[in-house]
Design a protein around this ligand. Structure first.
Ligand code: GLU
Ligand code: ZN
Length: 311
């Protein structure tokens, strides 16, 4: 696995979706990716993944950015808004169709589930390629899907270790553009990690399962594959991923030192109890020094990745 930019400069990123304010789980992802970058004097960029307006919350981007600032998480360079990238996504998708690597699909999610139930006994949303030879419902507005062969994609995650997945068995022909015309996360993340010359992606383990599909798409597009580090997920007491849906509270910005202290403890940095009230900048510079070097395959305790929104 190679590192992206030709300069050898490390470049990481935090890529929040503005579906709500930052919560403790997203703070951990932000802090983990920030420390990993800063501990090697690398750059740390922020990208706003605002490609799904129906799921977005007005004002969330401003709230997220204000929260990052109050935690002392200063980013480099300009913010990249995915909503400014539609022309690029459109041309990447057209090229893929022209090359025979992607095709239109008119199946609805419930039709896919019903098809899978009939053929495999399980109502999964894995797409089995029904429209590969022609759309199932010619009158309908189509999604665009990637042709995914039965191939095992293996990579070395810096947290989890070796990870291998047959991408046809998990997501099948995943969507690049949805039937509602919105571009899919899988497409946008791959195109923009390349655009920003990200050398390493540090994010939560909820996205581990989607990574082999991203690597496959990078290969089809002739892009460099970055390194990956998937951080353990913050769970609710019931064991679910902490998210807005599972009741995560917005972070109380009047308590940033205490919250940062908890995030550092979650990341196994074992801060002393009295650091709890130290200024965030002081806690961060301490953490940058203490952050372990994972580049030689050392792994820390890891939780298993949860399932996620494959379609
Ligand atoms: N925007 C995604 C999220 O908030 C994260 C994307 C990524 O880090 O690859 O879950
Ligand atoms: Zn279809």
């Amino acid at each position: 696995m190679s590192s992206g930019a030709d300069t050898g400069q490390y470049r990481g990123r935090f890529a929040p979706s503005p579906t709500g304010p930052l919560h403790f789980g997203s703070l951990v992802a932000a802090v983990g990716s920030f420390l990993q970058a800063r501990s090697v004097q690398g750059e740390w960029l922020v990208r706003i993944e605002d490609i799904d307006p129906p799921r977005e919350q007005p004002g969330a981007t401003a709230q997220i950015l204000a929260a990052l600032e109050s935690f002392g998480l200063e980013w480099d360079g300009a913010l990249l808004y995915q909503s400014s990238r539609y022309d690029t996504y459109r041309s990447v998708v057209s090229d893929l169709i022209r090359q025979g690597n992607a095709y239109p699909c008119t199946c609805t999610r419930s039709e896919i589930r019903a098809h899978n139930l009939r053929h495999t006994g399980s109502a999964s949303t894995r797409y089995p390629g029904i429209c590969r030879e022609g759309v199932s419902h010619p009158g309908r507005r189509p999604a665009i899907r990637l042709n995914v062969p039965s191939v095992a994609i293996q990579f070395e995650d810096r947290e989890v270790g070796s990870y291998c997945q047959n991408i046809a068995e998990v997501g099948g022909d995943f969507a690049l553009r949805r039937r509602d015309d919105l571009y899919a996360y899988q497409l946008a993340v791959v195109v923009d990690d390349a655009e920003q010359e990200i050398t390493e992606v540090v994010r939560g383990q909820d996205l581990l399962e989607l990574t082999p599909g991203q690597i496959y798409l990078q290969q089809v597009l002739g892009l460099t594959t970055p390194d990956y580090l998937h951080l353990p997920l913050v769970k609710t007491p019931a064991g679910e991923k902490l998210s807005k849906q599972t009741g995560a509270l917005p972070l109380d910005l009047a308590r940033t030192p205490e919250l940062l202290h908890s995030a550092l403890a979650f990341l196994h940095l074992s801060p002393e109890a009295e650091q709890r009230h130290a200024a965030v900048t002081e806690q961060l510079s301490w953490a940058i020094d203490k952050w372990p070097d994972r580049s030689c395959g050392s792994t820390m305790e890891s939780a298993s990745g949860g399932a996620s929104a494959l379609e």
